[in-house]
Design a protein around this ligand. Structure first.
Ligand code: MOS
Length: 764
């Protein structure tokens, strides 16, 4: 029995068909579920411990892996003594470059549609060492403890070559223009330096952000088994399809000989990708003919999973007395390795943030011998907004202007660099709503002027921004049953952000079924299509695929309905789903239930699979998520300790699909931003390239006691050019936060910290 009205169909406004594609032809329809609060469908499983993660998959005859990490940054393995390890109890295999399976080097992310290697270094194929922490041996044993012990018995001697492990040294070797996904990271409009020189008001400062390492709650792990020439990886990944394709290439297999299953990912943030451990685990499993579990220790994650690289950014702003920007310069340098593809592209958010007469934006790279760095939540924007939004605060001070008024003064009417119209930009509304809600009026006009006992109190703000992306290749398969249940299959991922819940909501609405009649299958590379949980685009990609598959389902059902149906003669464009059946869009008297259509056709199920529409919207509009961040900071005048008293994120990110999971996403991003502002810093030994704080005891992140009341509001204005009217919300939450904190600390103390994290030594 189908209960409840899940969606209402109303006529489509003719102006919604706009060149470039309207990915959701039913965008103007009123909906029932979207915009409500739905608890995560996977929540109870996780609370009960019933959700099985990659390191928990039970397999017969399992062996356990441990890795030995190099202790030099560059050179070669000169001596290697594995005899004690081989003789240790329970040891099944010691694998080094001498006996490793021959494998192809991974194809690096961005070099093809399916490539997802973090670097293109061959894995354990020779005696060369490329970073301090590189795996030089793998031990397989009957238990994890036996493997760990045997690994400790391996003696490695190195012949070190000269290496570059200090940023200053790397810069002295010369810079190269940065490329992001093959595109130059440079924009020049007018002569920004000359304009800056003439500007009546200006700031010109350098901001620094340190290395950050990934610390998802679930350390990286895989449980791996071969069956003949097919390889099964139970893994934690943000990209099952490309992961399977890249692994297949490494082992010289066809794509369909590798299956990657990843139903639960305990946090990804850009790090749950293909690293050496899965490759080595699969190679070892092949050599011994037994399944392998390889679960990295927390230290292991620091050694072989890249993080966010360090940046040194100059922001220079020239302005008229009324605050109008005449010059916007944002350039600087990031460190990379010779074998990776991810500069920290800190100018991405600056490109569409503000209007200005002239621009000079660029990212240069220098090369260091270290672990290949990678994506970390809002790569580019999170550190880029720290520099830009701090500089705007400094300029507001110089001008004697309110920092929000200065930002609104420079609000662009179209994309300042591409000239494209914005698809949906209501940042000013977010600023106004946020200022009102936060009580911005009470901000001390003079920095350092409000003191409560030992505590100096101040307020700061910053803009948040992250692009709208929708990657091609998404697909969905729908299996509809006669009794009104639907299985939705998407090659997508649940990292804890609520994707499966939102997918069920979208499908329930689209199919006119109650959410408890929807099943979502995902996280498996045998499902058609490729959907990456990255770039804050997974939900848009899924939505577009479900929309396309639903349209195919309508077409198929109309065929099955035939001439005896009240729907006879209607085309798929005239029909939508409502209340467990198909309905003519502008005439509810013409309807037939799924049960009736399938019953008359003597079918138990209908199965359709369809690709999402191509993401043409990105070519026609400048598309972004926006936010206005507000922070109240308290700085102890005696100890220099900073405490965040209150935080508000006021977002403009299109329609909010699930209010409950969205609020959590925004809050999680803001918390990660607080860590970036105040705590997170990889301690990198510049003498030898070793990470010195590879543990949660020494790499500080916010705990509950560090997290204040975080308020989140949104404009909830649908973008007519995206599936479901939504923009991405996965990454924007971290952007702008560090600047809002730095600006609040300045307002509290009069001290400007341009070097993250803002630790107490910088305030005393
Ligand atoms: Mo995100 S850094 O695209 O997982």
């Amino acid at each position: 029995v189908v209960q409840g009205v899940m969606s209402k169909l109303v006529p489509l406004a003719p102006d919604s068909w706009i060149p470039g594609g309207t990915p959701d032809p039913l965008i103007r329809h009123q909906h029932g579920l979207i915009g409500t609060e739905v608890s995560r469908l996977d929540g109870p499983l996780k609370v009960r411990g019933a959700a099985r993660f990659a390191a928990e998959v039970p397999l017969d005859n399992l062996t356990y892996a441990a890795l030995v990490f190099s202790t030099i940054a560059r050179g070669r393995i000169a001596t290697l003594d594995t005899t004690a390890a081989e003789a240790a109890p329970g040891v099944v295999l010691v694998m080094t470059h001498r006996n490793a399976l021959q494998m192809n080097a991974p194809a690096m992310f961005g070099t093809s549609a399916t490539a997802c290697g973090a670097s293109n270094l061959p894995v354990m194929q020779d005696d060369q060492v490329h970073w301090n922490g590189q795996p030089v041996a793998l031990v397989l044993a009957e238990t994890q403890e036996q493997a760990d012990h045997a690994a400790s018995l391996i003696a490695v001697g190195y012949a070190a070559d000269p290496s570059v492990t200090a940023f200053a040294h790397a810069k002295a070797q010369g810079t190269k223009p940065g490329l992001f996904m093959g595109q130059p990271l440079q924009n020049i409009v007018g002569d920004a330096e000359a304009t800056l020189a003439k500007a009546p008001h200006k700031v010109d400062q350098t901001y620094r952000t340190p290395r950050h390492n990934h610390n998802a709650i679930e350390p990286h792990a895989a449980t791996i088994a071969w069956d003949g020439d097919t390889l099964l990886l139970h893994d934690a990944t943000q990209m099952v399809s490309s992961h399977a394709a890249t692994v297949a290439d490494i082992f010289g297999l066809q794509a369909d000989q590798v299956r990657v299953i990843s139903p639960y990912v305990g946090g990804g943030f850009g790090s749950k990708a293909l690293w050496d451990h899965q490759i080595l685990g699969a190679a070892a499993a092949r050599l011994v003919g037994r399944p392998v579990r390889i679960a990295l220790s927390r230290e292991g994650v620091y050694r072989i999973v890249g993080g966010r690289t360090l940046t040194e950014q100059r922001v220079a702003l020239g302005a008229e007395p009324d605050g109008r920007f005449t010059a916007l310069i944002h350039d600087g340098t990031v460190a990379m390795t010779p074998h990776n593809n991810m500069p920290e592209p800190f100018i991405l958010g600056t490109r569409s943030g503000y209007a200005a007469d002239s621009f000079k934006l660029s990212v240069d790279t220098v090369t260091m011998n270290m672990m290949a760095n990678t994506f970390m939540r809002a790569p580019g924007e999170s550190v880029g907004t720290f520099a830009l939004e701090s500089a705007i605060d400094e300029l507001a001070d110089e001008l004697g202007m309110d920092p929000i008024a200065l930002r609104i003064r420079n609000e662009p009417t179209k994309d300042p660099l591409s000239g494209l119209p914005f698809s949906s930009r209501h940042l000013v509304a977010a600023w106004r709503a946020g200022a009102e809600r936060f009580g911005w009026d009470a901000r001390p006009a003079v920095p350092g002027s409000r003191r409560e006992g030992e505590w100096l109190v101040g307020m700061g703000c910053a803009a948040a921004t992250y692009p709208y992306y929708r990657m091609p290749g998404a697909a969905a398969r729908i299996t509809l049953t006669r009794d009104g249940e639907a299985l939705i299959e998407v090659a997508a991922h649940e990292m804890g952000m609520g994707t499966t819940t939102t997918t069920a909501m979208i499908a329930a609405e689209r199919l006119g079924l109650p959410i408890d009649r929807i099943m979502v299958r995902y996280g498996d590379s045998i499902i058609p299509g490729a959907i990456m949980a990255g770039g804050s685009q997974q939900t848009a990609a899924i939505g577009a695929a479900v929309i396309a598959a639903h349209r195919a389902l309508v077409a198929e059902l109309l065929k099955l309905a035939g001439n005896d149906s009240p729907l006879a003669g209607l085309s798929p464009d005239e029909v939508g789903s409502e209340d467990g059946g198909l309905t003519r869009i502008d005439d509810a008297t013409r309807r037939e239930s799924y049960a009736s259509i399938l019953g008359r056709a003597q079918r138990d199920t209908v199965v359709v699979a369809e690709q999402a529409s191509p993401p043409l919207e990105q070519m026609h509009w400048s598309m972004h998520s926006y936010g206005a961040m507000f922070c109240e900071a308290r700085v102890n005048a005696v100890t220099g300790e900073t405490r965040i008293a209150r935080f508000l994120g006021s977002f403009d990110t299109g329609r909010i699909l699930n209010h409950k999971t969205a609020r959590s996403q925004f809050r999680g991003g803001i918390i990660m931003g607080l860590g970036m502002a105040l705590m997170e810093e990889t301690q990198f030994d510049e003498r030898n390239g070793r990470i010195m704080n590879p543990s949660l005891a020494e790499y500080h992140m916010p705990v509950h006691a560090d997290v204040p009341d975080i308020d989140v509001i949104w404009t909830d204005i649908a973008d007519p050019h995206t599936p479901m009217g939504a923009h991405g919300i996965g990454e924007i939450g971290i952007t702008g936060v560090a600047a809002a904190v730095a600006n609040a600390v300045h307002n509290a103390t009069g001290r400007r910290v341009r070097d993250l994290p803002i630790t107490l030594d910088k305030l005393l």
